[in-house]
Design a protein around this ligand. Structure first.
Ligand code: MN
Length: 237
């Protein structure tokens, strides 16, 4: 028996899968804070892997916007930034997963943009407040179609990652420069959360982040994964 709802529930959030008529149902979105030394440096911090652990923040699944979407310039910011990232999509759950087991959880990958209201994030840092206003807002998790990891293929450990604004290259790096690998991130996250199918992990951005304005066109690419595009439009009414 279906329960009567007092109003219509918001629709489930799903993502396109390349070469498939199925769609990927999104459960949670985890984002890694600092996972490339050069990006940490441009944010004014250094990361010593020997003495620190990765840290995370979350975006609500409703913040997903698919590649090709018009992205409205968000409210209450004047420093709206792109962060080009590899996204890992989980097909299976796990808790206390070892690095060796992590591969069994991976469904595939996407090219993603962790859009950020940098001024609000900085204000939060200055006041030791949470980052939510800087990170978790409508259309802040842009994502390409998912590419399924072939059975038996190892986890991605290298490949060019790049982002252009209006055809001018702003970010250009390699996945091999990630401080914590995909396997290490899954293993570490699974200490804190019982990971589930549908979870997405935005794995952090390389250096070169910067602002965009209405009218700008973003195009990101990850070797072996694909392309994410977004057009920034005027603020929504
Ligand atoms: Mn990021």
């Amino acid at each position: 028996m279906t329960q009567r709802l007092c109003f219509a529930a918001q629709p489930a959030v799903t993502v396109t899968i390349q070469d498939s008529d199925a769609r990927f149902p999104v459960h949670r979105i985890f984002c890694v804070g600092r996972n490339y030394h050069a990006h940490a440096a441009e944010m004014g911090v250094t990361v010593d892997k020997a003495t620190t652990q990765p840290f995370y923040f979350n975006k609500h699944p409703s913040t997903i916007a698919e590649s090709g979407s018009d992205i409205a310039y968000p409210p209450e910011t004047s420093n709206y930034h792109f962060e080009m990232e590899l996204v890992v999509a989980l097909r299976a759950g796990g808790f206390g997963v070892s690095k060796a087991e992590a591969i069994d959880l991976v469904y595939g990958y996407a090219a993603g943009l962790d859009m950020t209201r940098r001024d609000l994030q900085q204000r939060a840092k200055d006041h030791a407040h949470p980052w939510d206003l800087g990170k978790d807002f409508e259309q802040a998790a842009i994502i390409s179609p998912l590419v399924i990891k072939p059975e038996g293929a190892p986890l991605l450990q290298q490949g060019a990652i790049a982002l252009s604004v209006n055809q001018s290259v702003k970010q250009s790096s390699n996945l091999s420069l990630m401080i914590w690998s995909v396997a290490e991130l899954i293993s570490d996250l699974s200490r804190y959360y019982r990971l589930l199918p549908g979870d997405l992990i935005y794995t952090g951005t390389p250096e070169g982040v910067g602002p965009v304005l209405p009218g700008d066109s973003l195009k990101g690419h990850i070797e072996g994964v694909g392309q994410v595009v977004a057009n920034i439009t005027a603020p929504a009414a």
